[in-house]
Design a protein around this ligand. Structure first.
Ligand SMILES: [Zn+2]
Length: 107
């Protein structure tokens, strides 16, 4: 799984505040632990910043949750963010204390 691909996926998400799509250059990958990726996104329109966590499974058939062209989807067809997984992480983040360095050093 490449950071570049994760960033591309994030551009299919919209800002909670103003509905603008995120730009690739405004997505920072904080880190990942197995399938769980943490990202920091900044809206280029309203400058709202937020943390995003996404579970990216490599063994699933993709669903149409991205704006990627068909050729790109074929290329990355084993990598997909599922909307359900993103929602599940909301609950995780509610109880998360923000200590990413500790999280990613766990094995
Ligand atoms: Zn915005």
């Amino acid at each position: 799984m490449e950071e570049k691909f994760i960033k591309r996926l994030m551009t299919s998400m919209k800002c909670d505040s103003c509905g603008q799509h995120y730009e690739v250059y405004n997505v920072d990958v904080i880190g990942h632990r197995e399938d769980l990726w943490f990202l920091k996104v900044l809206c280029s329109t309203c400058h709202t910043q937020c943390l995003v966590a996404a579970v990216v499974k490599e063994d699933r058939i993709p669903e149409a949750v991205t704006d990627l062209a068909k050729a790109e989807l074929d290329k990355f067809k084993n990598n997909v963010i599922k909307a359900d997984d993103v929602l599940n992480i909301h609950n995780f983040l509610k109880n998360f204390d923000g200590d990413f360095s500790q999280l990613f050093s766990q094995k």
